[in-house]
Design a protein around this ligand. Structure first.
Ligand SMILES: Nc1ncnc2c1ncn2[C@@H]1O[C@H](COP(=O)(O)OP(=O)(O)OP(=O)(O)O)[C@@H](O)[C@H]1O
Ligand SMILES: [Mg+2]
Length: 271
């Protein structure tokens, strides 16, 4: 059978936050049990056309911050920092891939720094042929926030959130699922303000109105935390791709949501 006839492309894009699979209050602290549980949930759900993107958490962010990688290449000493930031992301990705592959999930890692170049921090070039072919063949491509080369800055940080949004718009995704360490999107940071109120449903207009009020990151997050995430997701929502934000630290939430079942969380839709 010809590969091109195997499957109609309309993937689900699943982002597993660094806030879920690592402890962002410490450095290089992986939550292996959580990774294993999520891999189990992904296997059990046995859905097709799934692209997984994971964040940097306590692996990528602290190093990126220490060496000011987001700001670009300014001095020679940053070079080893760029290498290290990229390297720790491959280590975290390796742990994530182990958990998937040991469960017989046909997941294949795609290294963003090898197929993407940004311009002033925005994705400029993306060699998408391998990803598309993997999808058509029924593999699960796995990408992650990474230290990447940048045609203006020399290098920078590409967030998993920008990747999710770009992949969703480019591939006209069915939907985006964002797993984080809180129950959804609130009117303020729920880890700081205990009285913060969670939104169950938001339209694009409602989201735009509240955008500026969302909390700035309190843990180390060089890509803007929840605020940065929402800003990145806007183009995908604009294109009509619905976004569900759920708590991936809670067992079975990711399983249920990728199976299309209802769970506590925030749904954002164009209208
Ligand atoms: N308005 C808000 N609603 C919900 N969470 C918020 C809000 N403002 C700030 N936050 C914080 O955002 C955090 C999640 O974003 P963060 O960028 O830290 O995680 P992540 O994207 O999963 O991690 P990574 O960037 O490593 O992938 C939550 O832990 C929460 O404390
Ligand atoms: Mg983040």
């Amino acid at each position: 059978m010809r590969v091109s006839r195997l499957r109609e492309l309309k993937p689900t894009i699943l982002k597993i936050g660094g806030s879920v699979i690592t402890d962002k209050d410490k450095e290089l602290e992986v939550r292996m049990q959580t990774i294993n549980r999520l891999a189990e949930e992904i296997r059990e759900a046995s859905v097709q056309n799934l692209i997984i993107v994971h964040g940097g958490g306590s692996f990528g962010h602290p190093l990126a911050q220490r060496y000011a990688i987001t700001e670009g290449f300014k001095e020679q000493t940053q070079k080893a920092g760029f290498s290290e930031t990229h390297h720790v992301m491959t280590v975290l990705n390796g742990l994530f891939m182990d958990a998937l592959i040991w469960r017989n999930i046909p997941a294949v890692s795609i290294t963003p720094s090898s197929c993407i170049i940004t311009k002033n921090g925005r994705i400029q070039r993306f060699e998408d042929a391998p990803l598309k072919m993997l999808l058509k063949m029924g593999f699960f491509p796995v990408l992650y926030g990474d230290a990447v080369l940048d045609s203006k800055l020399g290098f920078t940080i590409l967030s998993g959130d920008q990747l999710v949004s770009m992949l969703a718009t480019k591939l006209n995704a069915e939907r985006i699922v964002i797993g984080v360490d809180v129950d959804g999107l609130y009117d303020d940071d729920p880890r700081v303000k205990k009285t913060a109120k969670m939104f169950k449903h938001l339209t694009l207009e409602e989201l735009k109105r509240l955008e500026s009020k969302l909390g700035k990151p309190t843990t180390c997050d060089v890509t803007g935390g929840m605020f940065g995430k929402i800003v990145e997701l806007l183009p995908a929502i604009e294109q009509g791709i619905p976004v569900t934000i759920v708590n991936a630290t809670k067992p079975n939430y990711i399983y249920k949501v990728i199976k299309g079942k209802k769970v506590k969380g925030t749904i954002i839709e164009k209208e």
